[in-house]
Design a protein around this ligand. Structure first.
Ligand SMILES: Cc1cc2nc3c(=O)[nH]c(=O)nc-3n(C[C@H](O)[C@H](O)[C@H](O)COP(=O)(O)OP(=O)(O)OC[C@H]3O[C@@H](n4cnc5c(N)ncnc54)[C@H](O)[C@@H]3O)c2cc1C
Length: 316
């Protein structure tokens, strides 16, 4: 039976991760943005809670929670502060002890024994997600010993290496979609509360109705996005093919959340553009755009979907 209702255990985990994320990440979002990172104490607290290793198998040092549970938690992280969540690990599958505990420049040194000719280049300044660092990776005559190839040498023979790399997207795209849903939800809830407080009692009725209608459209798109994300990971947990569904989830959630943030600012008017510690709409607006770009742009997702639907060919 297909059920979208989380179990009691999943609800408990979702709520405790949500509480942690709001108190530790969301409440300090401006500070983390200003320092372009998160303090080590926060990194360690998140690691102790198991964030970032949630969907890794237990024999690989993870918690083996499965992707359905992981997307519930990713949405809570995105709802609190996606930028800081990325600084902790990046969505799910990227979470390793190295990524959790080491700042980017130290990661290169930690990875050195596994490959030669690999270094970290310039750390970029960027529009959003500023609490997490994005750096160029420099491969200069890079050599990876056969024993260190992920999945073993067979997984990289012929075109298999590329296919293996592409397959990781079947997992990571819904995770990115879940985090986008979280940011979109944050903006939507902010705008909803603003409309309630500002117009519910002293309602200029036509305006209240118009704004409520716009909120309804945002809410509808976010719920549809969440359903696509959950379907994609439901298939992945059953080890069924899900490339088309993963791309649908990523493409739709990225755009739905960009729409949510844009509409939320517009609904709140000038208030939506203010930058205070509890006025984060303008930050979410900056953070969300890249969710329609990285992990494959919306256009690329549509190429993948079209190949699967129209020609029946394997995408890529
Ligand atoms: C903050 C951030 C973090 C990132 N992190 C990582 C990371 O951890 N690892 C990693 O590998 N990469 C990462 N990236 C890179 C990211 O995945 C790419 O930027 C993204 O996939 C888009 O590629 P591109 O920038 O080369 O754009 P392009 O591919 O040059 O796209 C430019 C435009 O052309 C369109 N386009 C391209 N091809 C087609 C097509 N066939 N049909 C129709 N339209 C098309 C695109 O949709 C887009 O509108 C990151 C990027 C950012 C901004």
């Amino acid at each position: 039976m297909l059920s979208f209702e989380p179990t009691e255990e999943q609800k408990l985990m979702r709520d405790s991760v949500g509480d942690f994320a709001r108190a530790t990440l969301g409440a300090h979002a401006r500070e983390h943005e200003a320092m372009r990172g998160v303090p080590d104490a926060v990194r360690r607290a998140a690691f102790e809670l198991g964030l970032g290793t949630m969907d890794l198998p237990e024999d690989a040092g993870g918690q083996g929670l499965g992707l359905v549970t992981t997307v519930l938690l990713e949405e809570e992280l995105g709802r609190a502060d996606a930028a800081a969540a990325f600084a902790l690990a990046g969505p799910g599958a990227f979470g390793t002890a190295v990524a959790e505990l080491a700042p980017p420049l130290e990661r290169a040194a930690l990875l050195a024994p596994f490959a030669s000719g690999f270094s970290v280049g310039k750390i970029e300044d960027k529009m959003g997600l500023r609490a997490s660092e994005t750096a160029e990776l420099v491969l200069d005559d890079c050599r990876v010993p056969e024993d260190n190839l992920l999945g073993g040498a067979d997984a990289h023979a012929g075109k298999e290496g590329f296919m293996t790399a592409m397959k990781t997207f079947d997992t990571t795209r819904p995770l990115v979609g879940a985090m986008a849903c979280g940011i979109g939800r944050a903006a939507y809830e902010h705008a909803r509360d603003f409309v309630r407080e500002r117009y519910l009692l002293s309602r200029p009725i036509p305006r209240y109705a118009a704004l409520a209608e716009r909120l309804a459209r945002v809410g509808r798109r976010l719920e549809a996005a969440r359903a696509l994300v959950h379907h994609a990971v439901y298939l992945a947990d059953l080890e069924q093919p899900n490339a088309k569904e993963a791309s649908m989830a990523k493409a739709y959630a990225g755009q739905a959340a960009v729409y949510a943030c844009t509409e939320a600012i517009d609904i709140c008017g000038a208030h939506g553009t203010l930058a205070g510690s509890d006025q984060l709409l303008e930050k979410w607006f900056r953070d969300i755009k890249v969710f329609d770009i990285f992990e494959g742009t919306g256009n690329i997702q549509r190429v993948v979907i079209a190949k699967r639907i129209v020609s029946g060919l394997k995408a890529f």
